[in-house]
Design a protein around this ligand. Structure first.
Ligand SMILES: [Zn+2]
Length: 218
């Protein structure tokens, strides 16, 4: 099964991708993870990515595509994969289609997770994390029993800079500009299913499994 999960930051598609990956024994490929891994391992693409990230710029398509291409060539992905956070633009989607054709593969389904803007802002702006042990919390949905301190290690929790209100608005704007055309792109290929991501995690997952089992109708 080869899937693409689309959705703005904060829709919960990463969580759903983890669950689907475990159940169907396929790999989750997240561009965020790929970038962090490449930067950590100081690969040529990682070093290039780091230069852009350090200056607060978006990592160019060529780098992201290179990382995804490397990953999909890995035999552990033969069983299938879920792309989470990629493609982000129509040019990326076109390259992805080419990479898959080269390998004699095609996408089975693209899932678009929909959550209202207000709900996304609430989800993201409430996130807190521990700079020491990396534990994550949410002021409303999963608060620390220690208040503003980490439950596990007692360190003061922080709000990541990209989870601050202004940064969230900016991330959503960028997403909407880049991704609206992508939805049309996959709709035309009859690959797209829409899913309400605003419900409880288990409900979303239930609907997702149903959507994956259903024949493509869109
Ligand atoms: Zn901690």
């Amino acid at each position: 099964m080869r899937l693409v999960f689309l959705g703005a930051p904060g829709v919960g598609k990463g969580t759903q991708a983890d669950k689907v990956a475990a159940q169907y024994r396929i790999r989750k490929v997240s561009t965020g993870d790929l970038l962090r891994e490449a930067v950590r391992n100081k690969t040529p693409l990682g070093l290039e990515a780091k230069e852009h990230m350090d200056q607060g710029r978006l990592v160019p398509d060529s780098v992201v595509i290179g990382l995804v291409r490397e990953k999909l060539a890995d035999p552990s992905h033969a069983n299938g994969f879920i792309l989470d956070g990629f493609p982000r633009t129509v040019p990326q989607a076109e390259v992805l289609a080419k990479v898959l054709v080269e390998r004699g593969l095609q996408l089975d389904r693209v899932i678009n997770f929909k959550v209202s803007r207000e709900e996304i802002v609430k989800r993201l702006s409430g996130r807190r994390s521990c700079p020491k042990c990396q534990a994550t919390y949410h002021v409303e949905f999963a608060p620390s029993k220690n208040g503003t301190l980490c439950e596990r290690c007692g360190e003061a929790l922080i709000q990541r800079s990209d989870d601050k209100q202004e940064a969230i608005e900016m991330r959503l704007r960028v997403y909407e500009e880049q991704t609206a055309p992508l939805i049309n792109f996959y709709e035309k290929q009859r690959l797209l299913s829409h899913l309400n991501g605003a419900e409880a995690v288990e409900t979303v997952y239930h609907n997702l499994v149903k959507a994956l089992a259903a024949p493509q109708t869109a």
